[in-house]
Structure formats: structure tokens, C-alpha cells
Design a protein around this ligand. Structure first.
Ligand code: UDP
Length: 374
């Protein structure tokens, strides 16, 4: 009899693992509590405007991993897309990520690259090994750019002072002394033409895979399967018995407009006296389509309650200690593997999620072939 695998969660991790295992001859059941596949990457056309909406906030695919890029091309047509984000500070619009244009706009100068480099270097603090977001910002851009572009946004995004947050969060963003305003520095960047839900549905489209939506898996039934992959919250598998791992969630305030409301896909709003962090105008995520009407999201981060959708793992000292306790528990669950953003409690980009799922599938399948319990 074919081995039966249970994949909890139909997001990117679950879909890729299911596909790889099904192709290797396994019988895979994928369940998801929500009425759609693709997890937080889910996209759907807005009935009023026809615009493809990123229901759980903007997702832009970018990677340096050729294997991952080739993999997603098998399941969807990707359209060229360059993420160019703007930001409004005290009533003026600037270019992001912080680049030569931003610096010249902000200081009212016309510096060339070397001049700007020296100018910024003169403002930065000499902090040899920055630990916190704030130290990293002061060492990276200095106090003025930090106060304008990062401090307020980060306080709203994370609900705490940047002096409590790790430097790694800011290290996601580049600082450029030229006019390159591409938010990402990866070689491959694009948007699935028909949305992420179609991409994930294609990955799941295999005779060895059965998908059951609006279905909640009971961890008590894990031993009824040859193996379970759990991409839900790690603490949720254990019924939160040690406490809850902290997340930030997002509230979206949807509004519609005629024509073009803000002229770009994402406008950040770092000012402390504005409650939202950014506004996304979804038709600009699909520049190859034409829409007269527009649909937008104002994005409000806040602490995630028990009934909210978890987005960003907080990962401060308190959470890390609780995480270590849950990881120890997870190691006792012999036929369960915890995967993905929620299953491993990490802030993962889509390409990394896919890479980890592909590698895990290889390890799992190789161990099974060799007869080792995986
Ligand atoms: N950030 C900021 N100002 C901005 C954009 C980002 O201070 O205009 C900080 C903020 O703390 C955020 C982090 O940089 O959490 C990473 O930003 P990114 O754009 O990668 O966030 P994401 O789109 O993943 O939410």
C-alpha cells in the first residue's frame, strides 16, 4: 500500500512538499482551514473593479536562487515586475529604498555618489557590531534619515521601540549611492500573471494529491498517518500549552477609487502621527492589465490576538525562549515535521520558503528510500 502523508496547510510550503512527495509516488492529503489555497499569498479578483488583490498584503516574488526561479516558472507565467516603493514624510514624497535620489531630495542637495557617501558617513555613529535596529540605523544612515524614514514606521510595524528590535530587520533593506530604486537586489523578480492562488493551485494539481479546504486537522490524529507535515503555528500543534508565540497581525482598510489614486503600488507612511504604515494600490501589482477603477488597502499593524491571522513573528528574547521550549516538544513528535513561516516561527520570504520545502522533500524522500524512518 502507498504511504499516506498528511500536509497541514496549503500555502507554499505545503504545496511544494505535497507536489514533490506525490511525484515520488506518495499519496498526499492536503488540508487547510481556510476556504482557499496559497495561505497568506492568496490573491483574488475584486468583484467591483476586476483588480487582482493580494488579500493578505503585497507579495512580490524575488530570488537569487535559479532552482527556485525555474521551479515556479513550471507552474505559472511570470510577468516582469520591479518593486519601486515610495514614502511620504511630512507631506513630501521620497524614493525608496534610501538611495541617492532620497538623500538629495531629503537634504536639498545635488551630491554625486562619492560626495553623498562621505556626507552620510560623517553623520553615522561608529558602532562596530550593531545589535539593535536603532544601532544598525544610526551606523547605517545616521540620525536624520533614521528619524524620517525608519523610526516611526518601525514603531508602528512592530509596536515597540527600534532599540528593542534586532538589527537583522533593517539588514533586509539596502542603502544605495546611485539612482537605482529597485527595492530588491535579487537577479530574478516577477509577478505570477494569474495570481499566487493560481500558481499554488497548479503546484497542487497532481493525481497523487487530494486537497480539502475548510478542514481543520486534529493533531491528536497525527499517528494515523505515515508522516505529517505541519505548516500551521508551531504552538498551535501543541494547543498553546506553554503559552503563545507572539506575532504582529495586520488590519486592512479597503477603499476604492476611480482612475489612479496614488500612482504607484506601495506608498509607505512612516510619520508617527499617521496610524497606517503603508497604502497598497493593487492594480499597480499587475501593470500589464488595464483597469479604470482602483482598489486600495491601508495597512495597520497590531498585536496578534488568538482569533487573528498571524503575520510577522516577533522573535524578541521572550519569544525565543518560548520557541526553544516548543522546539524541544516538537522533537518528541516522531512522525511530524514542522515547516514554513508558522511551523518554524521565522520571517520567511517566498523564495526561501520554496527552497526549504524542496530541500526538505529531498531529505525526506531520500531517508524513506534508504529505509530510515523520516
Ligand atoms: N522599514 C522602515 N521604513 C520603511 C520600510 C521598512 O522602517 O519605509 C523597516 C520596518 O521595520 C520593516 C523592515 O524595515 O519591518 C523591513 O521592511 P520590508 O519592506 O522588508 O518589510 P515587509 O514588506 O516584509 O513588511
Amino acid at each position: 500500500m502507498k504511504a499516506r502523508l498528511m500536509m497541514v496547510g496549503a500555502g507554499l510550503s505545503g504545496a511544494v512538499l505535497a507536489r514533490q512527495c506525490a511525484q515520488a509516488g506518495y499519496d498526499v492529503t492536503v488540508v487547510d482551514a481556510r476556504p482557499h489555497v496559497a495561505g497568506n499569498c492568496h490573491t483574488a479578483r475584486d468583484a467591483d473593479t476586476g483588480v487582482m488583490v493580494h488579500t493578505y498584503g503585497p507579495h512580490i516574488f524575488h530570488t537569487d536562487d535559479d532552482g527556485v526561479w525555474d521551479y515556479v516558472q513550471r507552474f505559472a507565467t511570470f510577468m516582469p515586475y520591479k518593486n519601486q516603493v515610495k514614502t511620504t514624510v511630512a507631506g513630501k514624497v521620497y524614493s525608496l529604498p534610501v538611495n541617492l535620489h532620497t538623500i538629495n531630495q531629503f537634504f536639498g542637495t545635488a551630491m554625486r555618489p562619492d560626495e553623498a557617501r562621505d556626507f552620510v558617513a560623517a553623520q553615522t555613529s561608529d558602532i562596530p557590531d550593531p545589535q539593535t535596529f536603532e544601532e544598525q540605523a544610526l551606523a547605517f544612515v545616521g540620525p536624520d534619515l533614521y528619524a524620517a524614514f525608519f523610526k516611526g514606521y518601525t514603531e508602528k510595524q512592530w509596536g515597540t521601540s527600534p532599540s528593542n528590535l534586532p538589527a537583522s530587520i533593517l539588514k533586509r533593506l539596502p542603502l544605495r549611492f546611485n539612482y537605482d530604486d529597485n527595492y530588491f537586489f535579487h537577479r530574478h523578480q516577477g509577478m505570477p500573471r494569474d495570481g499566487y492562488t493560481a500558481l499554488v493551485a497548479q503546484i497542487l494539481d497532481h493525481p497523487g494529491i487530494t486537497v480539502k479546504l475548510e478542514t481543520v486537522f486534529d493533531p491528536a490524529e497525527a499517528d494515523q498517518w505515515d508522516h505529517v507535515f505541519w505548516s500551521g503555528p508551531l504552538d498551535g500543534f501543541f494547543d498553546y500549552k506553554l503559552g503563545r508565540l507572539g506575532y504582529r497581525t495586520l488590519d486592512f482598510e479597503l477603499f476604492r477609487a476611480d482612475g489612479d489614486w496614488q500612482g504607484c503600488a506601495v506608498m509607505n507612511h512612516p510619520d508617527a502621527d499617521v496610524a497606517h504604515t503603508r497604502i497598497s494600490e493593487h492594480k499597480h501589482f499587475a501593470p500589464w492589465e488595464n483597469h479604470d477603477k482602483s482598489v486600495l488597502y491601508r495597512e495597520f499593524p497590531r498585536a496578534c490576538g488568538p482569533d487573528d491571522i498571524p503575520y510577522y513573528p516577533i522573535r524578541l528574547a521572550e519569544e525565543k525562549s518560548l520557541l526553544a521550549d516548543y522546539v524541544a516538544l516538537a522533537e518528541t513528535a516522531s512522525n511530524v515535521t514542522f515547516v514554513g513561516r508558522l511551523g518554524t516561527y521565522r520571517y520567511l520570504d517566498m523564495d526561501v520558503t520554496i527552497r526549504e520545502a524542496l530541500d526538505l522533500a529531498d531529505t525526506f524522500l531520500a531517508a524513506r528510500t534508504a529505509g530510515t524512518p523520516a
